[in-house]
Design a protein around this ligand. Structure first.
Ligand code: PNW
Length: 456
């Protein structure tokens, strides 16, 4: 199964999950510093204070990427390094780090893909109201412009946001992620202001001359189980599809909120925060849609079921437990969800290129002797996961999806948000005691995939 010429192969990370150096070179606190330092919020009290120490070890990490044959590397910029209070003059020493990183990548022949916001909102902006506050979107656009002005001469592809659904609904509705608030009204306002930030960011980047602009969403097909296919079951699936997928796809790519989504928004938050002209801004043309895919969602109708806290308005909807094999996080493994998602996106939202900006799996990896005095990490289950999803991606291309590349989540084992360092998503193992990196068998397998531009 050979992929098209020019298909982009790489790996992804995010600032708070790998950098550490949380108080260095003038970095201000983000909502994830506050949250992870609040007892009871993150498993075992883990924080990103040190993480993979990538801030100091970036050169070694880029060398490793080169050895693995990566052609592209997606990383995020920490807003509180650039503007410690989220507004005002830039902290040059914070931008210096990304400057060095970009140069190191280019020297290694690796194309940098920059994400401007991967959830680490400066705490000062949260103190001023956070994403439920409209002003935060304008602050984001200023920040985006400041980063572009420093890196834009060398970075061609710019992503505004990573997964606004997670930032809004896990951050402000379920409270499982920073800042840990639990107000559905605030979550819907946050979602709209994140979209507005995206639109204002696109305008700022475009005006500054950015080559390729993207938005990354966490997307999943929403299905009903085989035993539940009645009209109410399908209505349940349609509702969850609206909240998870169409709430973001339609404004960004069609310039309107879906009617069924607007109805839920109005019930929880009113519509006063959606102003005339917002949707024109939000739908400014982008070049790429970043797709983060891990698993499908499966739901059915069940009267009396309380709403899922991350999906306000889903009273009477049951979120079904996985029916098949799962990863260490209990996430269902189903590559068919990726092919159907990609084909649907190309059909229903034509005219935007697709890039898989995250796909991968957490498993309980262990280091073992390789028999030659070294170490290896025999992660066969991860190889099977990645192989299955690459086959699904290939099938989607055959079926007409305009898929341009694949970035595995993640390069390194890292800080998996509320789950701390327990889940290991990396193709490279990190021994947190010594910061030693050990490429897992999946990394060596991936190197071969890249070499032959496909899977056997
Ligand atoms: C994504 N959910 O997070 C993020 O972009 C990464 O930073 C993260 O490490 C990776 O996936 C693995 O979790 C998600 O509950 C977290 O639906 C949670 C959900 C989705 C995506």
């Amino acid at each position: 199964m050979i992929f098209p010429d020019g298909f982009v192969w790489g790996a992804a990370t995010a600032a708070y999950q790998i950098e550490g150096a949380a108080a260095e070179d003038g970095r201000g606190p983000s909502i994830w510093d506050t949250f992870s330092h609040t007892p009871g919020k993150v498993r075992d009290g883990h924080t990103g204070d040190v993480a993979c120490d990538h801030y100091h070890r970036y050169a070694e990490d880029v060398a490793l990427m080169r050895e693995l044959g990566l052609r592209a590397y997606r990383f995020s910029v920490a807003w509180p390094r650039v503007q410690p209070d989220g507004r005002g003059p830039v902290n040059a020493r914070g931008l210096d780090f990304y400057d060095r990183l970009v140069d190191e990548l280019l020297r290694a022949g690796i194309t940098p893909y920059v994400t401007l916001y991967h959830w680490d909102l400066p705490q000062a902006l949260e103190d001023a109201g956070g994403w439920p506050e409209r002003d935060t979107a304008y602050r984001f656009a200023e920040y985006a412009r400041a980063v572009y002005d420093r890196l834009g001469d060398r970075v061609r592809t710019w992503t505004t946001l990573n997964e606004p659904w997670v930032a809004a609904f896990l951050g402000y509705a379920s409270g499982r992620y920073a800042p840990g608030r639990t107000s559905p009204a605030d979550a819907f306002r946050a979602a709209h202001h994140l979209l507005l930030a995206h639109g204002l960011g696109v305008a700022a980047l475009r005006e500054a001359g950015a080559g390729q602009i993207a938005l990354t969403l966490n997307l999943a097909p929403v299905r009903t189980p085989p035993h539940a296919t009645s009209e109410p079951d399908q209505a349940a699936a349609r509702l969850v599809d609206g909240l998870l997928n169409r709430q973001f796809l339609d404004p960004a790519l069609r310039g309107s909120y879906p009617e069924d989504v607007l109805e839920v928004v109005e019930r929880h938050a009113g519509l006063g925060h959606i102003r005339d002209g917002d949707l024109q801004l939000i739908s400014r043309r982008i070049d790429l849609l970043g797709v983060n895919y891990y698993n499908p969602s499966v739901v059915s109708a069940r009267p009396g079921e309380p709403a899922n806290p991350a999906f306000p308005g889903t009273e009477g909807v049951r979120f079904e437990p996985p029916a098949g094999p799962v990863t260490a996080l209990g996430w269902e493994i189903d590559p068919t969800g990726l092919s159907s998602l990609l084909v649907r996106l190309s059909r229903e939202y034509p005219g935007v290129g697709l890039l898989i900006t995250e796909n991968g799996a957490a498993f309980d990896d262990t280091v073992e002797p390789d028999g030659a005095g070294g170490d290896r990490v025999p992660d066969r289950d991860r190889i099977a996961y990645l192989d299955g999803h690459l086959r699904a991606a290939h099938a989607a291309i055959q079926a007409g999806a305009d898929l341009r590349g694949y970035l595995v989540w993640s390069l390194l084992d890292n800080f998996e948000w509320s789950e701390g360092y327990h889940p290991r998503f990396g193709i490279v193992y990190v021994d947190y005691g010594t910061q030693r990196r050990v490429p897992k068998d999946s990394a060596l397998w991936y190197r071969d995939v890249i070499r032959r531009n496909g899977v056997r």
